[in-house]
Write a protein that binds this ligand. Structure first.
Ligand SMILES: Nc1ncnc2c1ncn2[C@@H]1O[C@H](COP(=O)(O)OP(=O)(O)OP(=O)(O)O)[C@@H](O)[C@H]1O
Length: 324
């Protein structure tokens, strides 16, 4: 059974200027214990997709069609109690800004006590200390006494990982958790997150703009554009040798213009904001390889070189490359 199965989901946000279609038929399957990064320019729908995993989408979102299954359970069908149980026992999250996510009025030790108690675990001082040692904090007794504003960004991220992993969640959703950290601290935090997840068999869903790090750490990458996953497959292969023209453009921007940890530069123009289902390939207006048919019909999923993609011209492009 898949850890996560997102099937043809369309989501619209109600706004004053009409509906914004953040997801336009997004599909993604994630194997238990694997790690998948979701990448794509700002506004491509990554956060909206991730929010569906715990049915945490904003109040103005409407699921137009499709389904989301976590560990075989249809999230839309869960009653309030079952949903709370799913969030408490199955899901963990590492936020973008961990300091903001901690209670500023409580010492770290007290917050860990509450988290351990909520998880039904021993919440005494040795258990709190062990939680911090587990994320390689060398002086846990000092850190337990600090308030959130007294810890560094890297330290706060380690604490956030400790909190998220304390219940050994089946799925850890990490929303660009290391963007604000410097290179060495970022690498340490990522290593820690992956080591902890490996030890507990936790599936990682990681929203990122950092392609080199994704290629190094993740099993798979799902590339989003205009609310759809346009290419999904093994991370190093997809980013090293892309099939979809959008992934090609992202990856081409990568070594020269995108340094590790930096946000992706957009590629000539910007991604569209959809208000209804896209008629054809949403990338066609920016695509150097598109022909008239690309804008006319919605591309369906195809498989090429071990990945699923949404480009009707992908095979022709490969043939062109071989013959040139
Ligand atoms: N609550 C909301 N109300 C209205 N529109 C929204 C809301 N949340 C997101 N959107 C719109 O939905 C689209 C997808 O946004 P989303 O935040 O999912 O993209 P993203 O890829 O996560 O972007 P980023 O990398 O900047 O976080 C965008 O056009 C965004 O403006």
């Amino acid at each position: 059974m898949s850890a996560l199965e997102i099937d043809d989901v369309a989501v619209e946000f109600a706004t004053e200027s009409g509906p914004v279609r953040a997801l336009d038929g997004a599909s993604l399957t994630v194997r238990p214990g694997s790690s998948v990064a979701i990448v794509g320019e700002s506004g491509s729908g990554k956060s909206t997709l991730a929010s569906l995993i715990g049915r945490l989408q904003p109040g103005n979102a409407r699921i137009v069609r499709g389904s989301v299954h976590v560990d075989g359970r249809d999230v839309a069908q869960l009653d309030t109690r079952a949903l709370r149980e799913l969030r408490r026992t199955m899901l963990g999250s590492v936020p973008q800004d961990p300091i903001e996510s901690l209670d500023p009025t409580l010492r770290i030790g007290r917050q860990l006590q509450l988290v351990l108690r909520l998880a039904g675990k021993d919440s005494g001082v040795p258990a709190r200390r062990a939680l911090l040692e587990g994320v390689r904090i060398d002086d846990p007794d000092r850190v337990l006494r600090l308030h959130p504003h007294e810890v560094s960004g890297g330290m706060a991220q380690r604490i956030a990982i400790a909190i998220a992993m304390c219940r050994s969640p089946r799925i850890l959703v990490a929303d660009e958790p290391t963007a604000a950290l410097d290179a060495q601290v970022r690498e340490d935090v990522i290593r820690l997150m992956f080591e902890q997840a490996r030890a507990t068999g936790t599936t990682i869903v990681w929203l990122s703009h950092d392609l080199p790090t994704v290629a190094r750490w993740c099993d798979e990458v799902a590339v989003m554009y205009a609310g759809r996953i346009v290419e999904h497959g093994p991370a190093a292969e997809v980013l090293g040798s892309p099939v979809h023209p959008y992934t090609r453009a992202l990856a081409a921007a990568d070594p020269t213009r995108v340094r590790q940890g930096e946000r992706l530069a957009s590629i000539g123009g910007g991604p569209p904001v959809l208000h209804a289902e896209a008629d054809g390939c949403a990338f066609a207006p920016r695509c150097a390889f598109a022909d008239d048919a690309c804008s006319a019909g919605r591309p369906g999923p195809s498989t090429l070189r071990g990945r699923v993609h949404l480009c009707r011209r992908a095979e022709a492009l490969e043939r062109l490359e071989v013959s040139s």
